[in-house]
Ligand binder design. Structure first.
Ligand code: ADP
Length: 461
């Protein structure tokens, strides 16, 4: 049976209450029943003791002394809950009985313990009875039987039982519907969440779940979902921006390429002119190829392949490998590159991502340095992290541009240094790689004084 969440809450609540109420009602019923028996038993004890003192034993016969008075009272008063008294001898033969018994005789039960109370029947009535021995000089002469009808008490008990049973069932039914209603009200925020999330598609990602009034668990759930939606919206917006920037970045060189080739084929030209235009076109194609490769790399970094983090390399040898890669550029600009290692402990970093970070930052330091300047690379091991500083004396970055240098395709004052090639993707790649290994990149820069990048590799990365 498939029950809704609301019905399940109501049912569980009802079962729990049903168990508790069943225990309480049973206890109430048994307490009333016990109290009633106790009252009757006390009465029977009292009457049996009282009448034991009102008998005479003559030989084998046992008789009541005041039978005449008794009969008179019987005539005058109507007893609502009469007590029957009867005397029998040791053989069970009837000796005497109270006038209210008329022709009836109380049944004698052969029991071991005299003085205990038990239920039995007198004609079609249930009665409660006690049997006490009558002794004379230490010898049992007979038994005094005292009994009382249980009918009125039974009626009260039955009524109590029926009332408890009916109110139990009514209460459970009522409780089920009330708790179903309350459960329904308390899950309204969940319904809101479901409706809103069902409505949201990629075209209306700005919709949000309505927050409940009270700051409870459902409030936390709703605001958690809203935060998630916000993050998804931001990510999709970034993705849109990236796609549009990327296509723009590729469309511009393609248009220029097309223009160059169109001009070239309009009329026959000198060989030298052909050579010039084709060389230009090839450079543009190279640039586009590099941009496409970098875009692919960024997409791959998004996939976050953890396996790549497992291959480690010593940081100084990685830096040396990168410097060898840019040997030619360093020579052309006659740069002085210095690698300083402060403490010679084991300086291991994840090879793949550390290479992407340092390659882009060292390449920039070389690109944006002027001739005959110095680049200092420092490696400092602090506690459980490795700090790598790359300091150049190059063109520097305008203060207001520093927060943007990690954005895709951002180039600070690109028109000021047209001769320096680039597409504004290098630092985006470095940042994404750093995120993949929990490294932190920060920078300080002063225009025309130089830039210092700091990369903090945490040892657990
Ligand atoms: P690019 O391919 O243009 O170098 P990057 O993403 O690597 O792209 O860098 C973004 C921008 O940050 C660069 O265009 C440049 O303006 C600035 N920049 C980065 N590193 C340096 C540096 N060492 N010195 C001066 N400017 C830098």
């Amino acid at each position: 049976m498939k029950l809704s969440f609301r019905n399940r809450i109501a049912l569980n609540y009802m079962i729990a209450t049903a168990v508790i109420m069943a225990i309480i009602f049973s206890v109430v019923f048994f307490i009333v029943q016990e109290t009633m028996y106790q009252n009757i038993d006390n009465n029977l004890n009292f009457e049996a003791s009282k009448h034991s003192g009102e008998i005479k034993i003559i030989g084998e016969s046992i008789q009541f002394i005041n039978k005449a008075e008794w009969e008179e009272v019987e005539h005058k008063e109507i007893q609502i809950n009469p007590i029957f008294i009867q005397i029998i001898d040791v053989n069970g033969k009837l000796m005497d009985k109270s006038p209210n018994l008329k022709s009836d005789v109380l049944p004698f039960k052969n029991i071991n313990e005299y003085g205990t109370h038990f239920n039995t029947n007198l004609k079609d009535q249930t009665i409660r009875q006690i049997q006490k021995p009558i002794e004379s000089n230490g010898v049992t002469k007979g038994y005094m039987l005292a009994a009382m009808t249980l009918e009125p008490s039974m009626m009260v008990l039955n009524k109590l039982r029926n009332t408890l049973l009916i109110s139990y069932l009514v209460m459970l039914c009522g409780l089920y519907f009330i708790s179903r209603y309350l459960a329904g009200r308390s899950i309204i925020p969940i319904k809101n969440i479901t409706q809103t999330t069902n409505r949201i598609t990629k075209n209306n990602l700005n919709e949000r779940v309505e927050l409940p009034v009270y700051k409870d668990e459902l409030y936390d759930l709703s605001s958690g979902i809203n935060q998630l939606l916000q993050r998804i919206e931001n990510a999709i917006e970034r993705e849109r921006q990236f796609t549009s920037d990327a296509s723009h970045e590729l469309r511009t060189p393609l248009a220029s390429l097309r223009g160059t080739l169109e001009v070239l084929i309009r009329k026959p030209r000198e060989i030298k002119e052909y050579e010039e235009k084709i060389t230009y076109s090839l450079t543009e194609i190279d640039r586009m190829t590099e941009t496409t490769e970098q875009l692919l790399l960024l997409a791959r970094l998004d996939a976050n392949n953890n396996e790549l983090n497992k291959i480690l390399i010593s940081l100084p040898s990685l830096i040396n490998e990168i410097l060898v890669r840019y040997d030619k550029d360093i020579l052309i600009k006659n740069l002085k590159v210095e690698l300083q290692i402060q403490n010679k402990t084991e300086l291991l970093v994840p090879k793949y991502h550390a290479n992407l970070i340092l390659d882009n930052i060292i390449n920039n330091a070389i690109k944006y340095s002027k001739h005959n300047q110095s680049i200092i690379i420092q490696i400092i091991s602090i506690d459980n992290s490795i700090l790598c500083k790359i300091k150049d004396e190059g063109i520097g970055i305008k203060h207001e541009d520093i927060p943007n240098v990690f954005n895709h395709f951002f180039r600070s004052e690109a028109l000021e240094h047209k001769h320096i090639s680039g597409n504004g993707l290098g630092l985006s790649i470095a940042l994404k790689s750093a995120e993949a290994i929990n490294a932190i990149i920060s920078l300080e820069s002063e225009p025309n004084a130089g830039t210092t990048f700091k990369i903090n590799f945490l040892s657990k990365s």
